[in-house]
Write a protein that binds this ligand. Structure first.
Ligand code: GLC
Length: 581
């Protein structure tokens, strides 16, 4: 194995000359690898496709990519069921290709974050296979949560915990001698047995996996289900809460027997010690769906993980007061522990925000009741708001995550034929996450829009809507009014402007109701109009960038503007959409 150092300081995009570590204000692009670009013509995205499209990411101006799981897996949950944490699934390529990709990214000045899935393994993992062949009480079973059932002949599960993918969280297995045996815990699909993090063998194995990838040169990890690893040792019933959780609404994780337990922080303190022992500012970002900004703040800080996804922001309705409340809570709670915020609008588990913002209910994806959303969507409105939300996110202090396709303004595909759906959640709940996972549209006038790079016209693993012809990267490139060029301009200005990135904001308390206005030092103002009528922009300054056309000095509804309050022309490479007269 060749050791690849993290991004060298001579890299054109190096941030090593800045005082703050790169991860405090990075723009990180989420690569959902099976839907990014297909290099071998089988209709599924892979490492060679990603490699071939790196220049697109470089031109977008991002600092890092986070790659969803690429490990060996039977793919019951799109790779979140890992059978071998130290190898690449043949669907995506080889370990040698992964090494080469990491090097190629670093050459382009792009850092690489990989997904770490510590809450559960695949049922095909050698540990789980060994556990099934071993008797109750064995050390093989002690790596997971095996328990005898309750009731007559142990025929009822050990407790009433629910699976996030619907139904109970326990599955019964036969004993090695074929008699009815114990049950094992799976907070997700039955093919994803939960690991027992009280077992030192599990702790040691994951430290070794973390080191394995750090040694290969990755710059960090996204920690899957970071709030789930610790379980109450007595596995108490949920009682009434089980009913609410069955409906798959947002779970209240307060004092919960298996979500957001304090014990989990010990795992992260240890990982932080490990990552700090490596050169190159390696980092962790937590996927932790917890109730309350203060609880989220427990995951981060000097002796915890570096950052955590801001799901309160993602779930926030398009409403000025609500957004301000979430932004303030986020900044207050994280500043108190010295951690930077992250701003997230979409990911591979939730409804794409162009669609979400085009509905009458713009809040969390969780309120969707019908299988594929079902609420009417005004895509033009959703797109306008998504453009404004992009400028809002990129102007706030901290890091920003961009889910692939967000920069193209892709919407949720709500009419994927049932027979094509692959999300394990669908069979158990009637709800699917496949609508945000449809392969990207790169070029051309019809599907598959250049998704497969070898010239074949392989069917993508999920069909793309014909209307995405208007949204291909090729079509948008160079069009100053496109979503793609908006993102490119915004990221470029963000990189050049001294006020943007890490730091603080000051709200303009004199702003009109439903208008979010804040300043950042030096000389920067962001105005987002969430009201229903056009509002006058403040007199001084020059508009650096606006998310839509500005009529004179009037900012239309659902539009955002970035203003340089010193009226100085900005550095080359930044785009002015409109200038104030
Ligand atoms: C996380 C992932 C999701 C996956 C689940 C189980 O929430 O983002 O895609 O299904 O964990 O690993």
């Amino acid at each position: 194995m060749t050791h690849t150092p993290a991004v060298p300081s001579s890299s054109p995009r190096s941030v090593s000359d800045r005082a703050a570590p790169w991860w405090r204000d990075a723009v990180i692009y989420q690569v959902y690898i099976r839907s990014f670009a297909d290099g071998n013509g089988d209709g599924i995205g892979d490492i060679s496709g990603l490699r071939a499209r790196l220049s697109y990411l470089r031109d977008l101006g991002i600092d890092a990519i986070w790659i969803n799981p690429w490990y060996r897996s039977p793919m019951f949950d799109a790779g979140y069921d890992v059978a071998d944490y130290r190898n690449i699934d043949s669907t995506f390529g080889t370990l040698a290709q992964a090494d080469e990709l990491i090097r190629a990214c670093h050459r382009q000045g792009i850092r690489v974050i990989v997904d770490l899935v510590p809450n559960h393994t695949s049922a095909h993992h050698p540990w789980f296979r060994a556990a099934l062949s071993a008797p109750p009480g064995s050390s093989e079973r002690a790596r997971y949560w095996f328990r005898p059932g309750r009731g007559v002949d142990g025929g009822s599960p050990p407790n009433d915990w629910r699976s996030r993918f619907g139904g109970g969280a326990w599955t019964r297995v036969p004993n090695p001698d074929s008699t009815a045996g114990e049950w094992y815990l799976h907070l997700f699909a039955p093919e994803q047995p939960d690991l027992n993090w009280d077992n030192p063998e599990v702790v040691a194995e994951f430290e070794s996996i973390v080191r394995f990838w750090l040694d290969r040169g990755v710059d960090g990890f996204r920690v899957d289900v970071a709030h789930g690893l610790a379980k109450h040792p007595e596995l108490p019933d949920l009682g009434e809460r089980a009913v609410q959780e069955e409906r798959d609404g947002p779970v209240d994780t307060t004092d919960h027997p298996h979500w957001d337990r304090d014990e989990v922080q010990e795992v992260y303190r240890n990982w932080r010690r490990v990552s700090d022992s490596y050169a190159g500012e390696r980092t962790f970002v937590a996927e932790a769906w917890v109730t309350g900004a203060d609880r989220l703040a427990r995951y981060v800080g000097a002796d915890g993980l570096h950052t955590a996804f801001n799901f309160d922001f993602l779930m926030c309705p398009w409403d000025a007061a609500e957004l301000r409340r979430v932004i303030d809570l986020t900044l207050t709670s994280l500043t108190a522990v010295g951690a930077p915020a992250t701003w997230v609008l979409s990911n591979h588990d939730v409804t794409r925000h162009v669609t979400r913002y085009g509905r009458s209910d713009t809040g969390g994806f969780a309120r969707e009741l019908a299988p594929c959303g079902g609420m009417p969507v005004d895509l033009e409105l959703g797109t306008r708001r998504a453009r404004a939300a992009a400028l809002l996110s990129l102007a706030l202090p901290g890091g920003v995550y961009i889910y692939q396709g967000e920069e193209l303004g892709l919407w949720e595909v709500e009419d994927v034929a049932e027979a094509m759906l692959q999300d394990p959640k669908f069979a158990r709940t009637g709800r699917t996450r496949d609508g945000c996972r449809v392969p990207l549209a790169w070029a051309g006038d019809e599907p598959p829009f250049g998704f497969s790079l070898d010239g074949t016209r392989a069917e993508p693993w999920l069909p793309q809507p014909a209307a995405w012809a208007a949204l291909t990267a090729e079509r948008q490139s160079g069009d100053p009014d496109s979503m793609l060029e908006l993102y490119r301009s915004a990221i470029s200005i963000r990189r050049a402007h001294p006020a943007l990135g890490d730091g603080a904001i000051a709200w303009d308390e004199a702003a009109l109701p439903d208008v979010l206005t804040f300043t950042r030092k030096p000389d920067f103002r962001c105005v987002v109009n969430l009201s229903r009528r056009a509002v006058e922009l403040p007199g001084e300054g020059e508009v650096l960038l606006a998310s839509g056309p500005i009529d004179g000095a009037l900012l239309p509804p659902d539009t955002a503007a970035w203003i340089d309050t010193a009226r100085t022309a900005r550095a080359a490479g930044t785009t002015c959409h409109r200038e104030l007269g």
